[in-house]
Write a protein that binds this ligand. Sequence first.
Ligand SMILES: [Fe+2]
Length: 404
Amino acid sequence: MIHYMKLGSVPPKHHVTHYEDGKLLMEQCMTRIGFDSTYSILYYRTPPTDECAVRSMELPGFCPIAPVKDQPLHRRHIRTQDLKVDGDFLTARRTLLMNDDIRVGIAKVNQPANHWFSNGEGDECWFAYDGGGTLESVYGLLPFKKHDYVIIPKGTPYRLHPEGCKGVFLTFESDSHIDLPKQFRNESGQITMDAPYCHRDFRVPQELVRFDKSRHGSGPYPLIVKLGNELTVHEFQHFPWEVAGWDGTVYPVAFNIHDYQPRTASIHLPPTIHITFAGRGFVICSFVPRKVDYFDRDGVKAIPCPYGHASVDCDEILYYVEGNFTSRKGIESQSISLHPMGVPHGPHPGTYEKSIGKDRTSELAVMCDTFKPLRLTSAACAIEDKDYHYTWVKRENEAMETSK
Ligand SMILES: [Fe+2]
């Protein structure tokens, strides 16, 4: 997804014999958009096709999933800090917001990884809110750290191990691919010099997975596959995720939000200037600590706080991580705000004026803009701050009373 890479042993050409200790390895091509786009080629010790059983399963709150009916249009505040769940990276995952292009959720992991999972619907992006860990996948072991984005390609069998088996994650589950925006690549696919990151910022799998009975068990080996809003369990007789080597451009990567190089101008730039990743029907943006807008001439100054806006074709969500968010009051770390198309939004009263003359912001947040409306699931409704839509009015009245 980022650049060509090779790990382990691969033969000199595609589709030729490749032996290990006298045994012919099984080549698997992982291709995207048919056979026309990016791909990787993996060499398996055991063919990943020897399933001995297939059955259906359900994970309530994750799959199958549907939005709540009858959702009046208004601004939302989902208090994910109030979400109570137990489980591993898969069973402790709850989908909160969804449309046809993307599903946004939270995983609050408090148990060791007990499943292997493969998302056949699209790429996933995990944001590590409070700690690091390791992504174990067919591509190898990828260590990640606090505030990393971890991108996992569609169709990748994986497990996610947070340090100490505990961690909070914001999850994006696409119905397509998640990649760098096209404008940040030159005609050769290299990241351009004026992009907000460079190739060196993206970390890749470090070592291949070796089968270890104490860690992987004695089989059969179940893989939970998600496709078409359904889960299917595929049981393998032999441990199927051990490869001798692979090469290509499809593999998981980790990128730390603090390595994002933010843009500031003399006058406020639109929020999408913070774009980090893009998929079909959505973008993911990073708000990181930075200097703010500095226009100051003849007594006229820039207003660093965002202006009121009606982005009429987008829903916008923000996941607040750290720092004081310039335009919001009553929002805490782990809050998600949803400002939908059809309704304008802007800074809370007082924050607009207060930002004038400010030099820096310490805010750290992840934004996602979608081109189709997002709908809440029942898990989101259960932790929603129902008064959020009216907080502008209330605070205005409060401000008027104070000034009397
Ligand atoms: Fe906005």
